[in-house]
Design a protein around this ligand. Sequence first.
Ligand code: BGC
Length: 725
Amino acid sequence: MRKIIEKEFALNYLNKYGSQMTVGNGYLGVRGALEEEYPEQVRGMYVAGIYNRPSGSVSSELVNLPDVTRFQVMLDGEVFSMQAGKVHAYERFLDMDMGELVRKITWESSAGKKYQLNFHRFISKAVKHVIAAKVEITPLNDRMKVKVKTGIDAQQTNFGTQQLAESSLRIFDEELMVGEYETIESKQRITVATKVNEKGIFTAKNRQLMTEVEQEVAVNETFTLEKISMVTSSLDEVDMEFPKVSYADLKTASETVWADFWEHAGVRVESMNEFDQFALDFACYHLEIMTPKDDFRCSVGAKGLTGEGYKGHIFWDTEIFIMPFFLYNQPGIAKQLLQYRYLHLKEAKEKAVKNGYNGALYPWESAFSGEEETPEFAAINIRTGTRQKVASAISEHHLVADIAYAVCEYESATGDAQFMADCGAELLLETAEFWISRATNRNGRLEILDVIGPDEYTEHIDNNTYTNYMAHYNVKKALEWNKDNKTFVAQAEKFLENLYLPVENEAGLIPQDDTFLQKDWINLDKYKAAQGTQGILLDYSRQEVNELQILKQADLVMLFYLFPKMFAPEVVKKNLDYYEKRTIHDSSLSKAIHAIVENQTGNRAQAYQFFQEACLIDLGSEPHSSDDGLHAASLGAIWLAVVFGFAGIDTSAELLEIAPNLPDAWQSVAFEFVWQGETIAVKIAPNTLQLSKNTKSVLELVIYGEKQQLTDTLTINLEQKDVSL
Ligand code: BGC
């Protein structure tokens, strides 16, 4: 069973497990908060696309919705809490096979009475609106009087900001509790309906619609309370009927859908380190529950639906780090993520105009409206009272080309001509027009000035190599898809001919930007040891960091990852070594990408170490690192590291290429990969590479540089290959 396990209850891990143990289905996400209250515990339920902009703020926030997971349990007059009495046995796990969260506690009250309490919860994968919960309590040494209070609690806020107005509270048929709410600014309507399977006394007070069930239970008998809830919103097109089935029935239906997911999207690794398989399962589970399945008005936030970090905003994380998992498993979902961007072409064009450019300038951070959502300022310096401006909205423009890159990636993996005709070609055209207007003619060549590249520790620089190459690719691809547009063709050809593309200097180094290589270097060991914490900013101001050779995350190395054939292997190696020494990996988007490029240069040991470190970003032992949600892009990147790193898949040419190079610790890896409508089962063991598919059509591909044909099964003996570079 794929399981995330919490062995003991510890208050300072409460919110980290709360994020890790989120249950969901891409429509709904419910944090793994415990049923009873603890002062620091962050409860959270989110619906994809439900944002609200609080008054006085420039950014929308993913709304923390009224809660249905809280159960106040009174046992013989004492409130159940693991901070009181004595916990004799404790076990909590999230069964990722079917997304069920389970907790089992043997508890002794301060009066010396013992009870067994079991809590269960899941979100249906079959009916996306449904949350099911079950509480079982057994008195172990005496009869008990149990009281359980639960319902719909609209006292939930986004860390104190109330986003919802209560519109109506009702009880139907003496059993169904229904609360209706409206987001204050965005005017989205939310309906939460819930019912328990025992009669209770209803109350409605202080934004809480509750029922309280009371029972006397004999020793060793079990009191069971099932609670089924349904969440709908004004984004839903059809009215839903409240399910009339039990927890067990809902679970069976959901399990079947989960089983199908794991059968096709799961990755199996035989490794000397069991943790590798666990981390991969964790990544696949969360990627699946963070991504909307049937609504292109929504995309994936930087924390998925696991918390309120980054206010639920959507970044380049989605197209570059998360989308590939879907593109090569469930391409329809990748398409939907691109349709989200197409839907907001209008807002992107408006942003371009506002900033004095042509074409489409996508917002650095986006939410439901498609407008720019990046906060104007970062956290306040409480000593000086000043706030650092966030420059990304005005200068971090690579996202435009990242989206275009994802369109091309989708097209080459699927050959979906209809999508290109409906959205893709236009998206490429508009993004290319942005770049054409964004470039400046300086001494006869086109340059892209005053940008922020992926490395956000270096701001306001000219000719960020990543950005320039990505812009070039964007325009080149737009040209291929818009050959009939004469005006554009002329402009695009001129741009492609004149855009400055930095290359390596005499020392073999490609400059990250115009001034990077002239800056001073400092020893980063201390900061690398505490990567992810941005500790450098405690010792140096942003301005000082900007003037040093310090990278927050992969920048040029990102380019090497996205275009594995663009630079000569020795150039990649030299620059990888140079830039890695200067990279703190303070962003979670960095490590796994470095792992991939290390593997490509033959540095397998380093690659594996980076991969393992990337797996610890959300699964490491630091207590608070993921409190406000998981790092969605880094979960995507764990999958990328296996498929594009160790398994050596390369989709950058017309034919699919594969040249695996597994870590020494791995015996085998197996996964499915969807390419041009064919599902290819890939199995790599130390001495063999086996590819198979269920159709008889001939698929040409390149294996370790040699053209091969795959009909149904192809087995390559790797002993005869020299896989070391
Ligand atoms: C990173 C960005 C990323 C964002 C959201 C930032 O810290 O520098 O690259 O898009 O987090 O994950």
